[in-house]
Design a protein. Structure first.
Length: 62
């Protein structure tokens, strides 16, 4: 059973690395002038942004 949880943990680490790489790739494409629209990822990034703006008002983009 312990091996199962290690497998689940390894999968979670891989998923977080893939998400980070995808966000970096999206940022590079955005700087190059391309708009990569991914509905669920856009919503997730938007929610994280609003949470950060609530905590640190200086991050707000008007």
């Amino acid at each position: 059973m312990e091996r199962f949880w290690e497998y689940i943990q390894d999968f979670g680490v891989m998923a977080l690395k893939a998400l980070g790489l995808f966000i970096i790739l999206r940022g590079i494409l955005f700087l190059a002038g391309y708009r990569l629209y991914i509905p669920y990822l856009d919503e997730l990034i938007g929610r994280i942004y609003y949470i950060l703006v609530d905590i640190i008002p200086a991050l707000r983009i008007d």
